[in-house]
Design a protein around this ligand. Structure first.
Ligand code: FPP
Length: 258
């Protein structure tokens, strides 16, 4: 079979039994990709957007239901101003240029992260992407922008504390569900698979709560080189994982009896 044939197949065609419903991506390595070629960091980010476009198309083909991408962390504001501006510009252009294709492909765009301190221009752009696509029923593309998991959890804790202070909730009603329901991801299933590119092996304040039972795949590929084949390879690795969610595996006799 030619390599192209494999790349054209869906996850179920490939016999991947356990396809993840929700894949989350830490798109890392843009700067190193650029440095290795003697190019400015901006060029790495620009090629990173192309990799994102390829990956979204592949996720649609592979019938993934949710794809979350870490596009700008709450901590990324501390990068040099020029780099922050180039990342904001790329987000702007991505939504302006790609929203019609995403909409035509039945993609629903959701944005997670703090909105309060964004410029009205960026906030309106994100709102527009969500509103235009809100009735779509295909892939949900969750863009994590100005996102930090600790900040998200702190905001949920504040909302619950406010309810307790107002006498609308008692402290013993605060459980995992109550917290999850107040996260930005309240109506989004937890990620099954988190992929981080560039060989780094950490979460960097991404989906800390939601990652409780996620599987991790760390790829050595630098993000601008990521493509459908790399995504399929990660799905294949995921399909060989045994997920137990803290339980023990049922004894063989019990399994065959049921
Ligand atoms: C990490 O690479 C990547 C980011 C901080 C930003 C991710 C952004 C994109 C893929 C493009 C922008 C997409 C949108 C939708 C705005 P790094 O710069 O930390 O790389 P390094 O670790 O090699 O320096």
């Amino acid at each position: 079979m030619a390599e192209g044939d494999i790349l054209d197949m869906t996850a179920s065609d490939l016999g991947i039994a356990a396809a993840p419903r929700h894949v989350a991506l830490i798109m890392d390595g843009n700067g190193r990709w650029a440095a290795a070629r003697g190019l400015p960091r901006f060029e790495g980010h620009r090629r990173g957007v192309e990799a994102l476009r390829r990956t979204v198309r592949a996720a649609i083909d592979l019938r993934i239901s949710f794809l979350t991408v870490y596009s700008f962390s709450a901590e990324n504001w501390s990068r040099p101003l020029e780099e922050v501006q180039s990342l904001l510009g790329l987000l702007h252009r991505f939504i302006r240029n790609d929203l019609s294709e995403l909409h035509a492909n039945n993609v629903r765009v959701r944005v997670i992260g703090a909105r309060a301190d964004l410029t009205p221009e960026i906030a309106n752009l994100l709102r527009e992407a969500e509103q235009v696509t809100q009735a779509n029923t295909g892939l949900t593309l969750v863009v994590a922008f100005n996102y930090g998991a600790r900040q998200e959890i702190a905001a949920a804790a504040r909302a619950l504390a406010q309810m307790v202070a107002e006498g609308r909730l008692s402290p013993d009603q605060i459980d995992a569900e109550a917290i999850a329901a107040r996260l930005d991801t309240a109506d989004i299933p937890d990620p099954d698979l988190i992929i981080r590119t560039s060989g780094e092996q950490r979460l960097s304040n991404f989906l800390l709560w939601q990652a409780a039972y996620a599987e991790f795949v760390f790829s050595p590929i630098l993000w601008p080189d990521f493509d459908r084949a790399a995504l399929v390879a990660a799905l294949d690795e995921y399909a060989h994982r045994e997920r137990r969610f803290g339980r023990v595996e049922a004894p063989r006799s019990a399994k065959t009896a049921s």
